[in-house]
Design a protein around this ligand. Structure first.
Ligand code: C2O
Ligand code: CU
Length: 485
């Protein structure tokens, strides 16, 4: 087993373009990986599932032995994995026990705009909010996090994030590893930096991309290990970081299967050695294990290639995320099916509308976010093609609320296999154009906008965000006068 080591790095505190931002490797992996509690809610009537989430203050040990002040949902840090089925009606009673207002956004979920939890659905301290919607999309690993305008980076960084798993309508997909915390494990990857008092350091040190931590945690555990008892282990990876993009793989460079991306299963598993996740993106991977072996999930930052910020990653930085420890005897797992699902083909030439969005600095098409401006009016049920491009040398990505889109072209070429499934967030390589095709839903509501934005949270907070409304056919013309460009 080839061992990749993280090179010893000198500490560095400069803020200039040439400064390195070294990541401290954990000394060992002796801490069991924290697995967020599974919360399947309560069935209050047939097909109606109810959850309760309370955002509150707490403390959490980030592997330093110090109780770091954090925020969490229903606990000190992060939040439970909510789990419901396609077709069910979901009601969440959200309580804000924080000293300031916040929101809870259901990232990747198709739902009415007023239930979306964006910056227009603020919850006052002490207040509650009770969104209800019916799940109308396939099985997927989604997530939830705050979205208060101007403070999303801080709220997520303090610990407000959790996963929201949608199962098929008949229950968990038994063709794949599906026992929660046993062979099907959520992995929320986040980087953090603590100051000398053990408090979260919220200073972005002048970095163009925002907060970069000096330690990488999985589910809040630094140097964690997961014990595997089965031949196949499914990891549901979420990049819940504020700014950092990861190139995830294993320490011995082994192949693994990617079975799902943001919005659900790929048509066929994709065998690969790397999966790139920018903030907000998810991937479900299935890795095969040999008895008694140890292998680490790592991020090959330097291999982000032309997307790397040379001043942030060293040429050979490999960041440990967690260790997998296989038991001496492993239960057999059924093989990963060759065909996982089929995804509807969308024809770009059938698009009802085309829009272009250029991301530069903190603006989209030369404008910063304005809560009172609608940037796009979309007809319910329309098929639209959005062409998106970053005009900066440093990273941006692009997230659209309410829909799962298809990446139909990258600089005019067919997308790589890992971008060919259902996506709600896509990494934008600098100066490369991405054609995104999306079918909007039928939740027409001209009063409540959905967001689209860069998911590097500093950029989002600084205004790299726009708003769209979905209207009934015929209403679009009346509203077009309000559009901002
Ligand atoms: Cu994950 Cu608009 O957010
Ligand atoms: Cu950005």
């Amino acid at each position: 087993l080839a061992t990749m080591t993280v090179p010893a790095m000198s500490s560095c505190s400069g803020t200039g373009g040439g400064a390195r931002r070294p990541v401290t490797p954990p000394d060992d992996f002796s801490t069991p990986l924290a697995v967020p509690p599974l919360d399947e809610g309560t069935m209050v009537s047939p097909g109606v599932r109810e959850f309760a989430l309370t955002a509150r203050e707490g403390t959490h040990d980030m592997g330093t032995g110090v109780a770091t002040p954090t925020w969490g949902f229903n606990g000190d840090h992060l939040g439970p994995t909510l789990r419901a089925r396609s077709g069910e009606t979901v009601r969440v009673r959200v309580t804000n026990d924080l000293p300031e207002e916040t929101t809870v956004h259901w990232h990747g979920m198709h739902l009415p705009a007023v239930m979306d939890g964006g910056p227009h659905q603020m919850i006052e301290p002490g207040g509650t909010w009770e969104p209800v919607w019916t799940i109308d999309q396939p099985a997927a690993s989604l997530w939830y996090h705050p979205h208060p305008h101007g403070a999303t980076e801080e709220h997520v960084y303090r610990g407000l994030a959790g996963m929201f798993w949608i199962d098929p309508d008949e229950g968990p997909d038994t063709r794949l590893p599906h026992r929660y915390g046993v062979d099907d494990v959520p992995v929320v990857v986040q980087d953090k930096r603590l100051d000398d008092d053990g408090e979260l350091d919220l200073d972005d040190q002048g970095l163009e991309i925002g907060l970069l931590g000096d330690r990488v945690l999985a589910n809040g555990t630094w140097g964690g290990h997961v014990e595997a008892s089965t031949e196949l282990l499914r990891l549901r990876l979420l990049n819940g970081s504020t700014a950092r993009t990861y190139g995830l793989g294993f320490s011995d460079d082994r192949d693994f299967d990617v079975v799902a991306t943001d919005g659900g299963l790929l048509e066929r598993p994709v065998a690969t050695t790397r999966v790139r996740l920018s903030p907000g993106e998810r991937a479900e991977v299935v890795v095969r294990l040999a008895p008694a072996e140890r292998v680490r999930l790592v991020s090959y930052g330097a291999e982000l290639g032309d997307v790397v910020i040379p001043s942030v990653f060293g040429a050979d930085d490999v960041i440990d995320v967690l260790e997998i420890r296989a038991r001496d005897r492993l239960e057999p797992s059924p093989p990963v099916p060759e065909v996982l699902t089929s995804i509807e083909r969308l024809d770009p030439s059938a698009a009802d509308a085309r829009r272009e969005w250029e991301l530069e600095g903190r603006e989209i098409n030369g404008q910063g976010m304005d809560m009172d401006r609608v940037d796009a009016t979309v007809t319910a049920g329309a098929l639209e093609q959005w062409t998106v491009r970053s005009r900066n040398p440093y990273p941006h990505n692009f997230h659209v609320h309410d829909v799962q889109f298809r990446v139909v072209a990258v600089d005019g070429a067919p997308p790589p296999p890992l971008l060919a499934g259902l996506k709600d967030t896509v990494y934008l390589e600098p100066h490369v154009s991405y054609d995104l095709l999306m079918r909007f839903g039928d939740h027409a509501d001209p009063e409540h906008p959905y967001m689209f934005h860069c998911h590097l949270l500093l950029h989002e907070d600084d205004g790299m965000m726009g708003q769209f409304v979905v209207v009934d056919d015929g209403d679009a013309a009346d509203l077009s006068g309000h559009e901002g460009h």
